[in-house]
Design a protein around this ligand. Structure first.
Ligand code: NAP
Ligand code: MG
Length: 500
């Protein structure tokens, strides 16, 4: 059920966020007492001073995680027991969705409507789906001669570090935590410094659901300290990271310079939205075009910001997308009537605004939006036309509400320009011809392609990037569980055959 603006404000006024680290089942201050501030991006006001995990705190959390992993209370528990705990957690998230959604909206500037959807539906669905998968990860028996029996079994991979971005704070936590916990791993979560609060509350709910102490630890902190200490820790087996391509590269270096831990990377993008000449410019297509770019204020890794539109349709397309963009209501994230909230920080806001200025300076035509207002960091969604493939706004990830229309001549040119990027996360294709759609889908170097719609898929379908958007690891789907499982062969030499 939706909340009214008065209800969200009443919930906000009553919130007392937890701000300490969560280690071994208890909230605790940082070892040096350090704290950092998280703001409310809608007002710029400090929301809370949060404990900043030091390298010593990372050590403490990893030791607790390793102890419980080796004890086997979670890692060797019957999978149906882990399943019951995770199902309870899904139920608790649903029961607390209003409080969690308001907390996250305050901390991130995301709209309350999006937070309610993500936290009320998607987050619990992730815990439920992987709970159900926990007791279905079968091993194999290899075909051997009669004198041997070879079992191929799956085991939890160990202690995992989960390093998160700020754009979907609780949802990204669920994407990684649900399969890692279902697999039996012990987890060290580092939320983004901009958005630590909802994940800390989740830790409390996990304890209430029955996740044993030490299995889930949450360490807010800054990337260079807490994040780096996780990346370099000698007793963490796997890091699953979502964030920028630059920082993803740091994690590969940390691993190389420490214990060669396995690194799973989900990173940036500059995804194309391709409209071929036979597409019908109906309301549905225009809605997908606008949402693919402006959903979550454009702060979305798979945002389709390069809109490659056949030149025959480009003028009408630009006019209709502009009209739709103007209809978005930008403002107070806690108001259910708001479509686009605040940029996550003043620095990020300045960065996005500098790309808008750059677009105009490069000769792209700003058709609407691109203005900013405060207090807080708000930007009216910007639509640019007349992009060329070499412009900076056509190449770099902006991570804000900046849609660019680039006219193309024919399918081959559309494919060539779509492929001309270092990224490879997502693409959308619009055409009435399924053969053309499949021809393009098979040639686009990216992890997800949607046809005649903008969709990232759902919990059942793997999500990740090619090229500099990701590693072979995938979030979501059964593939995500594989990230957190080791494969062991048990080779049994049996006794002589009976009767020989
Ligand atoms: P980010 O700056 O790379 O930060 C991601 C995480 O890494 C944060 O927890 C951050 O901590 C930490 N970090 C930063 N510097 C670090 C360092 N030197 N060593 C270790 N850890 C460090 O990314 P972001 O700005 O939060 O998120 C936006 C990016 O995420 C975009 O590029 C977007 O495309 C990408 N993203 C990708 C996906 C996907 O599934 N592919 C999904 C969502 C977002 P701090 O918070 O302290 O900086
Ligand atoms: Mg914040």
């Amino acid at each position: 059920m939706a909340l009214t603006a008065d209800e969200t404000r009443a919930i906000a006024a009553a919130l007392v966020p937890e701000t300490r680290l969560f280690i071994a089942g208890a909230f605790t201050d940082a070892s040096d007492g350090g704290r950092f501030e998280t703001i409310n991006p809608a007002t710029g006001a400090v929301l809370a001073a949060v404990a900043h995990a030091t390298a010593a705190d990372v050590d403490r959390a990893v030791a607790a995680a390793r102890r419980v992993f080796d004890d086997g209370i979670w890692s060797r528990a019957a999978p149906e027991d882990r399943k019951q705990v995770l199902l309870r957690l899904a139920g608790l998230v649903r029961a607390h969705r209003n409080e969690l959604a308001v907390l996250e909206s305050l901390d991130s500037g995301k709209t309350i409507t999006d937070c309610l959807h993500e936290i009320g539906n998607e987050v619990p669905n992730f815990f439920q789906w992987y709970a159900e998968l926990a007791d279905k990860a079968f091993g194999k028996v290899a075909p051997t001669g009669e004198a041997n029996l070879a079992l191929i079994v799956k085991e939890p991979a160990g202690v995992v570090g989960l390093v998160l971005p700020w754009n979907f704070p609780l949802l990204m936590a669920a994407w990684k935590l649900a399969p890692a916990l279902a697999a039996g791993c012990s987890c060290i979560v580092k939320p983004a410094e901009q958005t630590p609060l909802s994940v800390l509350r989740l830790a409390e709910l996990a304890r209430e659901a029955g996740v044993p102490d030490g299995v889930l630890n949450v360490l807010p902190g800054l990337g260079e300290t807490t994040g780096q200490a996780i990346g370099r820790h000698p007793d963490i087996d796997i890091v699953s990271f979502t964030g920028s391509t630059e920082v993803g590269g740091y994690f590969l270096r940390y691993a190389g310079e420490s214990n060669l831990k396995v690194i799973g990377l989900e990173m940036g993008g500059k995804s194309p939205f391709i409209v071929l000449d036979d597409a019908v410019l109906d309301d549905g297509l225009i809605e997908h075009a606008a949402m693919s770019a402006f959903w979550n204020g454009g702060q979305n890794c798979s945002a389709n910001m390069r809109q490659l539109v056949d030149a025959k349709l480009a003028a009408e397309y630009a006019e209709r997308v502009t009209a739709r963009a103007r209809a978005f209501r930008v403002g107070d994230p806690l108001d259910p009537a708001t479509d686009i909230g605040a940029m996550v920080t003043p620095e990020h806001h300045r960065r996005v605004m500098s790309y808008i200025a750059r677009g105009s300076a490069e000769g792209a035509r700003l058709l609407s939006g691109g203005t900013s207002f405060g207090p807080g960091s708000f930007i009216e969604p910007a639509v640019f036309a007349g992009l060329t493939p070499d412009m900076v706004i056509a190449r770099e990830e902006i991570f804000g509400p900046v849609l660019g229309i680039l006219p193309v001549n024919g399918m081959a040119e559309a494919l060539r320009i779509a492929r001309d990027t270092e990224y490879g996360l997502h693409a959308s294709i619009f055409t009435r011809d399924i053969d053309r759609a499949l021809w393009m889908a098979r040639r686009l170097p990216c992890g997800t392609v949607s046809v005649n719609g903008f969709s990232e898929g759902d919990v059942k379908t793997p999500f990740g990037g090619y090229r500099r958007s990701g590693s072979l690891a995938r979030d979501n789907g059964a593939e995500a569980m594989d990230q957190y499982l080791q494969t062991k062969t048990i080779w049994i030499c049996t006794s002589k055959p009976v009767g020989a």
